[in-house]
Design a protein around this ligand. Structure first.
Ligand code: HEM
Length: 356
C-alpha cells in the first residue's frame, strides 16, 4: 500500500464521449463484482494503451447497500443512499444503483470496448438499471444550448473538492459521486425567448457570461446552486455532465448529471435548493423543462483499495432476506420537513440512521 492512496482517474480534461452504466448486483453476483473491481484498472489500461491520445478513464463506484454485500470492515463515513427530494412542483427520485461505471474518452469505441469487457466479465452477476451514451455537443453545451461546466473548479481546487481527507483516514483519497438522468422537453424550452432561457440559467447563452447579482433571478439555476460552508466559502463539486439522447419519435434526450465531491452533503444541499427551493417554493426554473428520472449515490474508492479489497462478508450476511432494498429507495423526503436539509453526520457516525 502506498503512503498516499492513489485515486482513480476522475479528473481528466473534458472528453468528447462518455458511457455511464448503472448496475444492481444480483443475488450471488458479489464475487464476480469483486473480481471486476480488481480487474477494471488493468482492463482500462489495456484498452487505453491502444489509443493513448484519447484520454480514456474508467471509474468504478459502489452504492451504499452494495458496500456491505461486498466487504467486511469499515464503511466510508458519508456513504448513504441517494436522498430523494419532493418539492411542491418537482421531484428528484432515488432509484436503484449498486455500481456505477463512468467510462470516458474522446472516442466512443474505447468507451464501448471497456464497457463490453466489463459487462462480459460480470455476466449474469448484475442487472443493468441504466446505460447512457453521452456525447460532446458543440462547445461543451447541454442540449438546452448553454455551456455546461464553466464554474467547475480546476487544478488543486478540483482535487480538494472531490477528495476525502483525514476526517475519514481509512477512505482518504476516495470521492463521493451522485448521478441523475434528466429528460429535457426541448420543445417547451425552445418556445422560450433567449432572454427567458438566460434568466432560467443565470448566464448569457451565446457568450456564456454570468449575470450580475442584481440582474440574476433568485430562481435561476446558478443562483440556487451556490452552497457555502460555515466560513462563507463556496463549496464546490466537480461536474462531468454529458448530453445524451435519441432523435426520433418520442426519444428521450437530456442531460446525464454526474458530480464528484468530498462528501455527499454538498450535492444534497444543491438538490434541496433546486427542488424544494430557497426559500422553499423558490425552486430552480430549469426544472420546469427538465425532469429527473433517476438518482443514485456512490463512493469511489482509491486504486489502492481496488488492488487490495477488504475480505468479503460471510455468505449468510448477504442473504436476500437480510437486505432492505425497497426501503432504501422509498421516498425518505416524506419523512422529514422538506424545508430542512437531510441529517448530517456530526458525530463521526455513518449518518445513515434516518435513512433506513
Ligand atoms: C438537466 C440538468 C442540468 C443542466 C442542463 C445543467 C446546466 C448547467 C449550466 C448550463 C450551468 C452554467 C455553467 C456552469 O457553471 O457549468 C450549470 C451550473 C451549475 N450547475 Fe447545473 N445543470 C443541471 C443539473 C444540475 C444539478 C442536478 C446540479 C446539482 C445537484 C447542478 C449544479 C450546478 C452547479 C454547482 C453549477 C455552477 C454554479 C456556479 O457556481 O455558478 N446542475 N448547470
Amino acid at each position: 500500500m502506498n503512503a498516499v492512496p492513489v485515486p482513480q482517474t476522475i479528473l481528466t480534461r473534458k472528453t468528447k464521449q462518455a458511457l455511464f452504466l448503472v448496475l444492481t448486483i444480483d443475488d450471488g453476483g458479489e464475487s464476480a463484482v469483486r473480481d471486476l473491481l480488481s480487474d477494471l484498472p488493468s482492463l482500462a489500461r489495456a484498452v487505453s494503451s491502444r489509443a493513448p491520445e484519447a484520454a480514456l478513464a474508467a471509474i468504478v463506484s459502489i452504492g451504499s447497500d452494495a458496500w456491505d454485500r461486498l466487504f467486511t470492515g469499515a464503511r466510508p463515513r458519508g456513504l448513504r443512499p441517494f436522498v430523494p427530494y419532493e418539492g411542491e412542483v418537482h421531484t428528484a427520485p432515488a432509484t436503484p444503483g449498486d455500481l456505477l461505471l463512468h467510462i470516458k474518452a474522446d472516442q466512443m469505441d474505447l468507451c464501448f470496448e471497456v464497457g463490453r469487457l466489463a459487462m462480459d466479465a460480470l455476466g449474469d452477476a448484475v442487472t443493468v438499471v441504466d446505460e447512457v451514451h453521452g456525447f460532446r455537443y458543440f462547445d461543451l453545451r447541454d442540449l438546452i444550448g448553454f455551456v455546461d461546466g464553466t464554474e467547475n473548479p480546476v487544478g488543486q481546487a478540483a482535487i480538494d473538492a472531490i477528495t476525502v481527507g483525514d476526517d475519514d483516514p481509512a477512505f482518504a483519497g476516495g470521492s463521493y459521486v451522485a448521478i441523475q438522468r434528466y429528460i429535457t422537453d426541448l420543445g417547451a424550452w425552445g418556445s422560450l425567448t433567449v432572454e427567458e432561457q438566460e434568466a432560467a440559467i443565470g448566464r448569457t447563452k451565446t457568450d456564456n457570461v454570468e449575470m450580475s447579482d442584481d440582474v440574476k433571478p433568485s430562481n435561476s439555476h446558478i443562483a440556487l446552486n451556490v452552497v457555502e460552508g460555515a466560513d462563507g466559502e463556496e463549496i464546490d463539486v466537480v461536474r462531468d455532465n454529458m448530453p445524451y439522447g435519441d432523435v426520433s419519435g418520442t426519444g428521450e434526450r437530456g442531460t446525464f448529471y454526474i458530480a464528484y465531491s468530498a462528501g455527499p452533503d454538498v450535492t444534497e444541499e444543491m438538490l434541496r435548493k433546486m427542488f424544494i427551493g430557497d426559500p422553499p417554493g423558490n425552486y430552480d426554473r430549469l426544472l420546469d423543462f427538465t425532469t429527473a428520472v433517476t438518482g443514485s449515490q456512490f463512493f469511489t474508492p482509491t486504486l489502492d483499495f481496488l488492488e487490495d479489497l477488504p475480505d468479503p462478508p460471510p455468505a449468510d450476511r448477504v442473504a436476500t432476506s437480510e437486505r432492505s432494498e425497497p426501503d432504501a429507495y422509498r421516498d425518505h423526503a416524506a419523512d422529514r420537513d422538506p424545508a430542512t436539509p437531510p441529517d448530517r453526520p456530526t458525530d463521526g457516525s455513518l449518518g445513515i440512521g434516518s435513512l433506513h
